[in-house]
Design a protein around this ligand. Structure first.
Ligand code: SF4
Ligand code: SF4
Length: 352
């Protein structure tokens, strides 16, 4: 069993794979606390499957909150995850437009789902999922209906901008002037499609072409993008799950390599910040120097898959900022040495 967890800026998604079959999937709001969300996501993913978390061999996290999944073995960028996810459905895809909650990416990939090029727009909220949520609120139409409503447009209103602030003001003005909601939406979709096309022009626009991410559930926008690109976009069963699926495939591929050992994350985040120590067991040679040098006694050696590796003691995981003062302070108070300095394999990372 392999799990992929995608903590996006707006939505959190997870997929459970058994070899090459999707056993279960879940989508929920990310909310304010990504660590709690990632735990809830796992609970919901396993609900009714008869599968326990101990049955999952390997978990890979992705998305902007990918370091906030305490049970993940490692993480990958959402760009890599989307390319791998769409390749699972359509191995012929070479160009991907990933339309997320707060950014948009144009990606090229090869026949194995490896990323060969990408560009992203994360500077402005215009044309992202958050932007469309805001427009849906202004027009008082459920988000999942704006696509079909826009397809009913008979006299599209041109929008010169999709700057979130100006477009909202413009939409409100049109609404007050009695312009039909469908025509406002069609105009906004046209503007977003133009911008997406410009992003796609910065990579190699090759067929087959796919759109991923939550926004691709918007049929009106997909139709507009198809018109610009002059290619019929491929859409998988649930394009919003593509990143989580890709992460699960990374987990499967990693886990089936006989020599693969995990990168483990220990820690948590709360209102005061994020506290993680990562140990790359693929690099660790089990020398035990970190165990000897750590004044807080955070590490121990364990045997895993026939290898001795270091891990952070379970009882220390939830008390990291209390026990460990951080690399700088540790060096100053511990005779100039830290766990990182004595680790000849660079297997230890602190994310504070
Ligand atoms: S920085 Fe110092 S206290 Fe913190 S884990 Fe490393 S050796 Fe231990
Ligand atoms: S010092 Fe580095 S290589 Fe040695 S046990 Fe610790 S993590 Fe592993």
């Amino acid at each position: 069993m392999y799990a992929g967890v995608d903590i996006g800026s707006r939505a959190a998604k997870a997929v459970l794979l058994e070899d090459d079959k999707i056993i279960s999937s879940v989508i929920r709001d990310t909310g304010a606390e990504s660590v709690k969300t990632s735990r809830k996501l796992l609970e919901e993913l396993l609900e009714g499957t008869g599968i326990g978390s101990e049955d999952i061999d390997y978990t890979v996290a992705t998305g902007y909150g990918r370091v906030l999944v305490p049970y993940a073995n490692e993480n990958v960028s959402e760009i890599s995850a989307h390319a791998r996810g769409i390749n699972w459905y359509f191995p012929t895809v070479r160009t991907i437009l990933d339309m997320g909650g707060q950014d948009c990416k144009a990606i090229n990939c090869d026949g194995k789902g490896n990323v060969t090029n990408f560009v992203m727009n994360d500077k402005c909220a215009g044309g992202t999922g958050r932007f469309l949520e805001m427009i849906a609120e202004v027009l008082n139409i459920p988000l999942n209906e704006i696509g079909t409503v826009s397809l009913g447009s008979t006299s599209e209103i041109p929008f010169n901008t999709i700057c979130a602030v100006f477009a909202k003001t413009e939409a409100i003005r049109h609404l007050r002037n009695g312009v039909a909601r469908a025509d406002i939406l069609a105009g906004l979709h046209e503007a977003i499609a133009s911008r997406s096309f410009n992003l796609l022009k910065r990579v190699q626009l090759e067929s087959d072409f796919a759109i991923t991410g939550g926004i691709s559930k918007n049929s009106g926008l997909v139709a507009k993008i198809a018109g610009k690109v002059q290619l019929e976009p491929l859409l998988c069963d649930d394009p919003q799950l593509c990143g989580a699926l890709g992460a699960a495939i990374f987990a499967r591929d990693k886990s089936v390599l006989p020599s693969a050992r995990a990168k483990m994350q220990y820690g948590y985040d709360d209102g005061t910040g994020s506290y993680f120590i990562s140990l790359d067991e693929g690099l660790c040679n089990g020398c035990g120097k970190c165990v000897e040098v750590c004044p807080a006694g955070l590490f121990k050696l364990v045997q895993r898959n026939g290898y001795m590796v270091a891990e952070v003691k379970e009882e220390a995981r939830k008390r990291l900022p209390v026990l460990c003062p951080g690399i700088e302070t540790c060096r100053n108070t511990n005779g100039g040495v830290t766990c990182q300095m004595v680790c000849s394999e660079s297997a230890i990372e602190h994310s504070w």
